[in-house]
Design a protein around this ligand. Structure first.
Ligand code: NAP
Length: 257
């Protein structure tokens, strides 16, 4: 019998893990997306989309599906769904694993200013007009309407509609990965003086951080929200090992693992 496994996704990590599990005949894998992106990337397993209705809604979903395990591979800044997953799995006694990339660490030459949220980031740009690169989600960039003196270059997966209510903003629609060379060229072409970014970890969006270091550009870095107190791994191999230990403990014991 196939054991239902729920992956909470929206990230490259979730997609890659799903691809590793797609052919398993002992599992029935479902990937859940928030449903924010207009044209989500194709996924290797069946997908459901949209919120569950809080922790209780997710707990009801887990019970109804008879879910055997949940892997929370959501974005490090998607704190609500991670909290809901921790609560729902505790309430239903379903094992939960968090899969995510470690945060980037500042290196010599980096000029980072860490801030707690987008309002603080807008404030950190200062009063004098600057050329700012916003590498943020479309729901986050609105906060910069509070600092209309700056010229903004906004890169997002989906269009920013309506455009920001600021006199000077340009938009680039793009989905990563982004290379350091391309990001360096982009920053230079637009005369960018400061970047606002999230500490996503991994390599796909690190190009702008490496480019900023090379060009001596400041980065206003949004601090990651706190994580839930659940088992945590940083790669798909470790997630697979956890899943097997969860679902097939007898087989592991027989192998003496
Ligand atoms: P969030 O604040 O954690 O989630 C808000 C609500 O969206 C959740 O309570 C849940 O609704 C629903 N939701 C989120 N992820 C879901 C999933 N995988 N499956 C089903 N429902 C889900 O997350 P967010 O508002 O999407 O994003 C917050 C931050 O994360 C932003 O910085 C954003 O740019 C970044 N981010 C998110 C994603 C993503 O796929 N979510 C991807 C890249 C970056 P219910 O309470 O109704 O269940």
């Amino acid at each position: 019998m196939r054991r239902p496994v729920l992956i909470l996704g929206g990230t490259r990590d979730a997609r890659q893990l799903a691809a590793r599990l797609a052919d398993r005949d002992d599992l029935s894998v479902l990937l859940s997306l928030a449903g924010r992106t207009e044209n989500p990337a194709p996924q290797p397993v069946p997908v459901r989309s949209g919120g569950f209705g809080g922790a209780e809604g997710l707990a009801d979903f887990l019970r109804a599906q008879g879910t055997s395990a949940v892997i929370d591979a959501t974005h490090p800044y998607a704190a609500h769904i991670s909290r809901n997953a921790a609560l729902a799995c505790a309430a239903t006694d379903v094992p939960l694993l968090a899969l995510g990339r470690p945060a980037w660490e500042a290196q010599a030459g980096d000029r980072w200013h860490e801030v707690k949220d987008v309002a603080a980031a807008a404030n950190a740009l200062g009063t004098a007009p600057r050329r700012v690169f916003l590498a943020l989600g479309r729901n986050e960039v609105r906060a910069f309407e509070a600092a209309p003196q700056h010229a903004y270059l906004v890169r997002s997966v989906d269009p920013i509609t309506p455009p920001l209510a600021v006199p000077d903003a340009e938009y680039v629609l793009a989905r990563g990965p982004f290379s350091e060379a391309d990001d360096r060229a982009l920053l230079a072409r637009h005369g960018i003086e400061i970047i606002v970014a999230k500490n996503s970890g991994g390599s796909a969006t690190y190009g702008k951080i490496a480019a900023a270091r090379a060009l001596g550009i400041e980065v206003v870095m949004l601090r990651r929200p706190p994580v839930q107190d659940v088992p945590r791994v940083s790669d798909a191999d470790a997630a697979l090992a956890w899943l097997d230990a969860c679902l097939h403990p007898a087989a592991r014991a027989e192998r003496g693992e």
